[in-house]
Design a protein around this ligand. Sequence first.
Ligand code: DSN
Length: 490
Amino acid sequence: MSQPQSQPMSPPFDGGAASAAYRNALKVIESVEPTVAGAIRSELADQRESLKLIASENYASPAVLLTMGTWLSDKYAEGTIGHRFYAGCQNIDTVEQAAAEHAKALFGAPHAYVQPHSGIDANLVAFWAILAQRIESPALAKAGAKHVNDLTAEDWETLRRELGNQRALGMSLDAGGHLTHGFRPNISGKMFEQSSYGTDPETGLLDYAAVRAAAREFRPLILIAGYSAYPRRVDFAKMREIADEVGAVLMVDMAHFAGLVAGKVLTGDFDPVPHAHVVTTTTHKSLRGPRGGMVLCQPEFADAVDRGCPMVLGGPLGQVMAAKAVALAEARQPAFRIYAQAVADNAVTLAEGLAKRGARLVTGGTDNHLVLIDVTSFGLTGRQAESALLDAGIVTNRNAVPRDPNGAWYTSGVRIGTPALTSRGFGADDFDRVAELIVDVLTGTTPSAAASGAASKAKYSIAEGVAAKTRDAAGELLARNPLYPGLELD
Ligand code: DSN
């Protein structure tokens, strides 16, 4: 018998139907590889039993998850809608078109490309599209050639040098920028000469005058905005003004806050879509879709973006594009706006709950979905804090803070976000209690006196009983806000 959905912040689903679907699916998987079936069961139990505060994670709906387990996976479909390198792609065309149309309508974007397999892939597509539109096309026109294969050896050599000699300006990693925004360990840092803008040392906030000064001096081809650990809104109208002033393309990576854009929490100057030339995102974070990426762009970049596969992407994943269509359809429902507002409101409650109990927060608070605690105020490194919280059933991730003395591995911060627990139905009182539990654990944790060298940044001990008491309290919160209520595997 189907059970009513009691999870206010998630799309409604029929618990009985979902239970039957997963029980049968697990039976089929178990008959071939029981280890995998066991891990699938165990992952659901783990997710149900922990306070998931990783800012980049969420819980997709059963409709989204089930869409991925289908034979749309078995089709090759390189190319784009209606222009494939393989025959028989009509159903892939249908799902790709549906996802693209939903994305355009949801975000008010002139063009959407839904093939990227991840955020890194989306950024790579964007980089190459910008290079193609701004560097390659003019070079072809100058040489009177239609295609790169028509260039002389000399013109080809010149073009390759130009493609490899461009500049990108992005937010520095310790200020909350992302590795794929031109940093050396990532391919983007090898493609571009990179420079960074940071945040104000006093306030921790983006300093637009400093961004303008950096852009004027560095003259990048691409000004990259967006972040994965900055707890504030960004004024994209201002970023576009800066880009225009220096003739740069404004690319915004909204992977973290796409759900807040979709849910109209970030609007006007804070909505990147009307201001940026190209916007990239993942689909699985605050947007609550399947694991994957997407590019939105102005019409002038559409042709180049649509060449993402096979330019830098392997064959599109039909089952994931279909799941993106389902998730985007969910995000177009009025309920998603309520969810997105709750994500932002809950982040404020969490920040206030932490701050009033003595935690030091980067920028002093939040106006998006995440909070960054500077755990040196508890005498800990990010690594120690992350591990101690995990011992107590609270899943977070360590993260650098601006000008971090402990570097990117041990770090001085812990990043926490509200999208996942808000999907479970956590409200203001719950998040205030979560703040209390986090502070209890951090206050009860001390660096290990016995450790020396690098180990002194990793080892810690927790006061007797704190982890167990926190687990019990977390268990109560989780029981009040069940994950996928009505979905039973046995
Ligand atoms: N891994 C994502 C995050 O946690 O922010 C971004 O790459």
